[in-house]
Ligand binder design. Structure first.
Ligand code: EPZ
Length: 417
């Protein structure tokens, strides 16, 4: 079984270019299923991206990698069913649903179900698609969707700004008959990146100042060439790694504005931060300070995807930090792992109180999920002595060459098995 052997205690310093955002590339690949031939640059090499390419092939597209780009062709033939193993391999397979119904008038897939972050319902996705004319039934854990007359525009108000439901609605609305008015939509940078891609393909989409999204359906989407935005969570992860090891890091090829809430927390922790148009520089103090209260919120609030790695950093700080997880019901599975290093963390419902300790000590740990796994790796980097970290399949879903990047910054981390 693949694992990391990490000898902690090294100060991380250097320069790093950040790869493209997984959470942009995935919905853009889902959109490519309803568009013409496209070239999508800056796609990270991740297992989730490979799963998305596999799904595209099932839907009748060709999808191949050329360097950092994925080249897709307009779907021809294909079927309206995603195999169960691909649905099971990646929860965000659900983001293919809107495009499938739009193109085929039907879709059949297994429910993505709960996962390591707790229950993850898809009622908002299904509600929006139903309002656009899809008939959806559920039987034996399978979703059967049809829209023999095609989809039509609708007024849709999401009761929570779900990222995935917003993406599904946008992709479906792009070629639906008439106008869709979407309120309560998510505003994450990845949503705007998807909109950019769809516009490049000829979609008629406007975003109003209050966040309302207007989509006037077009008959047919063409192809385009698009560059995926930088991965703000990967960027934040490396910044936390440098911050908690007293390091100094210049990250390039990022959009600093996407990182504002994280940079504010790192500044509170005592880091000095400078930004340019596409770079961020961080210089950490010898020891971080407690960060006060960090509440996860929809963008532009502090991202839930950064909660675990910021918690690893807080575990080494002088003072206390309180995290409040408002997005997912169960996103503290990394806590028992970090405690193995000696971290002082107490979870009470949605809150986690972290009392920083000067010395973490290496231990055997397992990655429990993607971002929780990154937190465990960061904890090991700051700990004295050796840690063995298993469960790397989680890391491989979202970090392109994590160990290579950390090694280049001075970490003692080796992948084995
Ligand atoms: C996206 O997941 C991201 N995944 C997640 O990143 C990220 O944590 C999340 O957005 C929030 O920012 C991708 O983009 C591929 P949501 P998604 O729908 O779309 C509830 C990572 O580590 N909800 O905004 O699934 C849901 O249960 C991953 O890279 C409903 O109740 O997130 C959750 O509590 C993990 N009904 C909350 O909304 C619905 O129909 C946010 O979910 C849909 C969601």
């Amino acid at each position: 079984m693949s694992h990391y052997i990490i000898r902690g205690g090294n100060r991380l310093a250097g320069t790093l270019a950040i790869h493209g955002a997984k959470n942009s590339a995935l919905p853009i690949l889902a959109a490519a299923a309803v568009c013409g031939d496209s070239v999508i640059h800056n796609c990270p090499r991740l297992t989730d991206i490979s799963v998305a390419m596999e799904i595209l092939r099932h839907l009748g597209c060709k999808a191949r990698r050329e360097g950092d780009a994925i080249v897709t062709t307009r779907a021809s033939g294909g079927n309206c069913r995603i195999p169960d193993e691909l649905m099971g391999a990646m929860r965000s397979s659900i983001v293919f649903l809107g495009g499938m119904i739009a193109r085929h008038g039907c879709a059949e897939l297994t429910l993505p179900g709960g996962c390591e972050l707790g229950a993850r319902p898809i009622d908002l996705h299904l509600g929006a698609l139903s309002q656009m004319g899809a008939s959806i039934t559920e039987s034996g854990g399978r979703l059967l969707c049809s829209a023999p007359e095609g989809l039509h525009g609708a007024r849709i108000d999401l009761s929570f700004p779900s990222v995935g439901a917003t993406e599904n609605t946008l992709i479906a609305a792009a070629t639906a008959r008439g106008k869709t008015v979407l309120t309560g939509a998510a505003r994450e940078p990845e949503i705007l990146d998807l909109i950019d891609f769809l516009r490049g393909c000829g979609a008629n989409i406007a975003v109003e100042l209050d966040g309302t999204i207007l989509v006037e359906g077009v008959e047919r989407l063409e192809g385009t060439e698009h560059r995926v935005i930088p991965d703000r969570v990967a960027a934040g992860t490396y910044l936390c790694a440098a911050a908690m090891t007293g390091g100094e890091l210049l990250i390039r090829e990022v959009v600093p504005g996407h990182l504002s809430s994280c940079l504010a927390v790192l500044t509170r922790a005592g880091c000095r931060i400078g930004c340019g148009p596409d770079w961020v520089r961080l210089a950490a103090p010898p020891r971080l300070e407690g960060m006060g209260t960090v509440k996860t919120m929809p963008y532009p609030g502090f991202p839930t995807d950064m909660q675990s790695v910021m918690m690893a950093a807080a575990a080494t700080a002088r003072g206390t930090t309180v995290f409040v997880e408002n997005i997912f019901e169960s996103r503290y599975r990394h806590v028992p792992e970090l405690r193995k290093l000696g971290a002082g963390i107490v979870v009470e419902g949605r809150a986690a109180v972290v009392t920083g300790t000067e010395r973490l000590t290496g231990a055997p740990m397992a990655c429990t999920d993607l971002r929780g796994g990154a937190a465990v790796v960061l904890g090991a980097l700051a700990a004295q002595g050796e840690s063995v970290v298993t469960g790397l399949e989680h890391i491989d879903r979202g970090y392109d060459d994590l160990e290579g990047n950390l090694s280049r910054l001075g970490a003692d981390i080796k992948r084995s098995g």
